[in-house]
Design a binder for this molecule. Structure first.
Ligand SMILES: Cc1cc2nc3c(=O)[nH]c(=O)nc-3n(C[C@H](O)[C@H](O)[C@H](O)COP(=O)(O)OP(=O)(O)OC[C@H]3O[C@@H](n4cnc5c(N)ncnc54)[C@H](O)[C@@H]3O)c2cc1C
Length: 527
């Protein structure tokens, strides 16, 4: 039995960030990870297809906090961002296409191909989002206030946030709509071109079991515009060598700072004595002791599996049990012989159509119909497919001449009503997704060398994400900021003395941000 100052459960990027900051402050830290590899949902795996570096789950970055990159000198550990430019390519079956995000001028002329009015409105729309982001983004790096038992500093924090909102003037209403409302009415009000709106609306449904017409989706869209790449706001990037480039760099930094990381160590229990956390017990019976235990694992597992509910206040448990883990997101990783040849912009040599995210979605109604199937318990007959091809930008992730594609697909419910997921139903669903790509890029199916199909139960099994929910719980306002994971407990300290939450189940939620790990470490260091 060994004793540490702090034990971190889970070596996802947040657990590793927390470990780095604790170790940097000279705490003796142990990180325990159940998988063979660190990284959680931010990982590169080389076992999937020989010769390929597959970002099994997360595939693009912009949210990862720049201060963490600087503080931990992650570039010295091999971390490198490769800008995604253009941001997106949306081909349409009538032969037209829309490229967004190369540079301002060409973006506007691209939009003008579909609507001159929208091209005029687009900069204003971006300014509006930036104004709201200026109020919300600073909160990502802060401990949210305790709204149930506020201290003076909590009250001051809430007043500051209120002041920020007040500065928006009459646009406060639109900001509140973004935080609580549906993406579709906002997009419909701003724009007339369905091609543009469909491209933007796909960001509003990523990871959400919802259609763009449903409340909460505007925030998901907004969540995706808050990041940056190398100082450029709103720009997304690939990570050289796959998303594991972030977590491998973090793990190396953590080790250099003195943290101990052990993989293939599954935590079964958080040990509690006299109402205080005192360590963890592994599934194999080993015990490790520490007065601080930080879980980067979701609330279902942390509070209902690792702890005895009798150790928790009933009103806290009731809130935790309200967290929505439903998910209808699937991920398909594909090894390709060659790049897709899009009818709307032909070519199998790397071009702008391959470098950004490829949106295969004609209009918002298409997304609504895809959702309707899932709402009634079935995988979408016409799924919304979004593809990225990291090998178009990074020659380290696929063998020479070959390519790697990441398909993020909505909607594939966790437990389809007509037939549970099996290798046959998974294959059938993947074939449906491939049919979608084939329609826009004939010959695609023949170029497939291998594929890995991950439905929500697969995501749950591999990454221990309850329900396959990619954000460790829905990102709706009732579970964001001062309500994440529960009102009164958003400050990373949980109702058991010495127990902290340091993963995306805590503020500011899902996505590869590292903010939860950093904010939680700051609170742990106050002990
Ligand atoms: C398919 C998919 C695609 C995504 N795409 C993107 C994207 O492109 N960009 C983006 O920013 N975000 C994306 N996300 C979201 C993002 O990846 C996650 O929000 C983020 O990686 C979560 O990090 P975390 O450290 O909070 O938790 P996790 O990554 O979930 O880490 C928790 C760790 O705890 C470990 N663990 C669980 N139980 C135990 C136990 N009993 N004992 C020990 N260890 C345990 C897990 O194995 C895991 O390593 C995606 C997620 C998924 C699933």
């Amino acid at each position: 039995m060994k004793t540490y100052d702090a034990i971190v459960v889970g070596a996802g990027h947040n657990g590793l960030v927390a470990a780095c900051y604790l170790a940097r402050a000279k705490r003796k830290v142990l990180v325990l990870e159940r998988r063979y590899i660190v990284g959680g949902a931010c990982v590169t795996e080389e076992r999937t297809f020989p010769g390929y570096k597959v970002s099994t789950a997360a595939y693009v970055n912009s949210l990862f906090r720049p201060e963490i990159i600087r503080d931990l000198r992650l570039r010295d550990y091999g971390f490198e961002l490769l800008e995604r430019s253009p941001a997106s390519f949306s081909p349409f079956l009538d032969g037209r296409y829309l490229l967004l995000g190369s540079n301002k001028q060409s973006e506007l002329s691209e939009i003008a191909k579909f609507s001159r009015k929208d091209a005029q409105r687009y900069p204003e729309y971006e300014d509006m989002l930036e104004r709201v982001a200026a109020v919300i983004e600073p909160t990502l790096g802060q401990k949210p206030p305790n709204v149930v038992r506020p201290s003076v500093s909590d009250l001051m924090g809430m007043a500051k946030l209120g002041r920020g909102m007040q500065k928006l003037g009459p646009q406060m209403g639109e900001a509140v709509e973004i935080l609580t409302g549906a993406a579709r009415p906002i997009l419909d009000r701003w724009f007339e071109s369905e091609e543009l709106k469909a491209t933007l609306a796909t960001d509003a449904i990523i990871g959400a079991f919802a259609a763009p017409s449903m409340p909460g989706t505007a925030y998901v869209l907004f969540h995706h515009v808050m990041g940056e790449t190398n100082g450029k706001k709103g720009v997304w990037s690939y990570v050289r060598g796959g998303m594991g480039g972030i977590t491998q760099a973090l793990a190396r930094a953590a080790s250099d700072l003195g943290a101990e990381i052990r993989t293939e160590r599954e935590v079964a229990r958080i040990l509690v004595r006299d109402g205080a956390a005192c360590g963890v017990a592994l599934a194999n019976g080993d015990e490790f002791h520490a007065k601080t235990v930080a879980s980067s694992v979701d609330c279902r597992l942390t509070f209902e599996r690792f702890l005895d509910p009798a150790e928790l206040p009933p009103e806290f448990l009731a809130e935790i049990r309200r967290i929505d883990y439903s998910s209808a997101s699937a991920k398909i990783n594909v090894a390709l012989e060659h790049l897709p040849d899009f009818t709307a912009l032909p070519g199998t040599q790397v071009g702008p159509q391959h470098r950004g995210t490829v949106h295969l979605c004609p209009d918002q109604d298409f997304i609504e119909r895809a959702y309707d199937d899932a709402k009634y318990g079935e995988p979408s007959r016409e799924p919304v497919v979004e593809c990225t091809i990291p090998s178009a930008v990074d020659d380290t992730v696929a063998p020479p001449g070959k390519h790697l594609m990441s398909m993020f697909v909505q909607y594939a419910p966790y437990a389809p009503k007509s037939a549970p997921w099996s290798s046959a139903t998974k294959d059938a669903f993947a074939d449906t997704c491939f049919d979608v790509v084939e329609r826009y890029a004939p010959g695609f199916k023949n170029s497939v060398i291998d594929r890995q199909v991950l439905t929500p139960p697969d995501i749950e099994n591999i990454f221990a994400l309850t329900g396959g929910n990619i954000f460790q719980g829905a990102m709706t306002l009732d579970h964001l900021f001062m309500f994440r994971p529960a009102p009164g407990y958003a400050g990373y300290r949980m109702p058991v003395e010495g127990l902290f939450l340091c993963g995306s189940a805590a503020h500011p939620g899902g996505g590869v941000m590292g903010a939860a790990g950093l904010n939680a470490a700051r609170e742990m260091l106050k002990r």
